[in-house]
Design a protein around this ligand. Sequence first.
Ligand SMILES: O=C[C@H](O)[C@H](O)[C@H](O)COP(=O)(O)O
Length: 230
Amino acid sequence: MDELKRQAAARALEHVRDGMKLGLGTGSTAKHFVELLGERVRAGLDVIGVPTSEATRDDALRCGIRLTTLDDIDRLDLTVDGADEIDPALNLIKGGGGALLREKIVATASDRMIVIADDSKWVEALGRFPLPVEVVPFGLKATQRAIARAFAESGVSGQMVLRKGKDGHVFVTDGGHWIVDAHLGRIIDAPRLAGLLAAIPGVVEHGLFIGLAGMAVLAGADGIRVVERR
Ligand SMILES: O=C[C@H](O)[C@H](O)[C@H](O)COP(=O)(O)O
């Protein structure tokens, strides 16, 4: 599986050109991309990156990649990131690693987003992977009730679980928020649900990435499949 992730990352690297401003994703697949990009940088490629998490910032610096912020530059040329699920419209579920907020800010500031994954992430409909919803701790129960109403309005339901870290304590994102993972099974209308969730005051962000990815690079046992959004 790790080899497939690296193959997808290597294919995405072919889209990187000298002088590009890059969004650097988070997770085990994106980490391969950062490492391979680092090899090219050490061989002379001139790029600058905006990391989507503290973990990616550390990895990128270790790999010798120059970094900047969205305060210092306007647009990014390309973001390369992983995903937890990818559907045929190239809508995504992201946030399994908790980085969804910065990932969405960076992807939205990019002219292009390429999503890289092993082909187990490809699904006919989103929702088997629990949908991460990043919330502020204040008023958690009220926010969860509003989220449940949004689910009902878009025709889905399921258990919501407050994410815990490996240490058993509540998982805290890089932004200081909490994550509720919603076990929905199958999301019928992801764009509609995305809009409903975004309108809830206690929701900081959610893991539905609608219309952001322009290309998916999927590595499987039979080779690499590239899917472009129509
Ligand atoms: O918050 C984490 C990110 O959205 C990741 O891109 C996503 O969870 C996929 O991670 P991985 O490549 O490790 O499966």
